[in-house]
Design a protein around this ligand. Sequence first.
Ligand code: ATP
Length: 236
Amino acid sequence: MPPESRLATTAGARAKGPLGPLGLLGGTFDPIHLGHLRLAEEAREALGLAAVRLIPAGQPPHRGAPRSSAEHRLAMARLAIAGNAALEVDDGEVRSSDKSYTVLTLERLRAELGPARPLVLILGADAFEGLPGWHRWQELFELAHIAVANRPGYAPHGRRWPATLSPELAAACHGRHRNDPADLATTPAGCVLPFDMTPLAISASLIRDLVRNGHSVRYLLPDSVLDYIAAHHLYG
Ligand code: ATP
């Protein structure tokens, strides 16, 4: 095979086309931090994604009200991705008056992007394990692939995914488990693929606690977000 043809089969080359798999990373982003950004960046690279869309939740259904308003969380997400052409921010959940159910967002994106585009829902392992509590969760597998990243502190008994799955999640994942990211580009939805990312024990709750207690959060999130938090007196 000539060198150019070999190159054309790499995940990187596949990702170049505008119709390559699109990664979707939802979250409260209260605030967005380097754990989120590395998750998006490493998923993009490891899974051969054309781009990753960050989707801040307007009214997150699975937790209490966020500390910061949706507008602040959206503004921080936009600041955080500035300068990275492969990352986008989707304001659909913030603008919607519905609860931020992922299944509704995926239906909206399917309507926008068409039935053929591979969509890859990116979840940390903690979020994935909570999936059976989500609204119409079993339909998510019909709408997108799911890529699951390791997250420090979420490997019960030292076992790694998929050994940690609850019986109902394991049943829903039956036959869907893939290890080759190339499979994500060949169908629009339906695969579940674990991937490794640099373990970063950063969480938004840790950042909120540190700010509230007057400690530095520098180097846990982008400076632009740090400046925004200071300028708007968030989390104090
Ligand atoms: P909080 O501490 O307020 O619960 P969080 O830091 O977990 O927030 P979310 O906005 O709830 O952030 O997370 C959005 C997504 O990002 C989830 O899928 C979550 O698993 C993932 N995620 C967040 N932080 C990390 C991290 N450090 N490493 C891997 N995944 C992460």
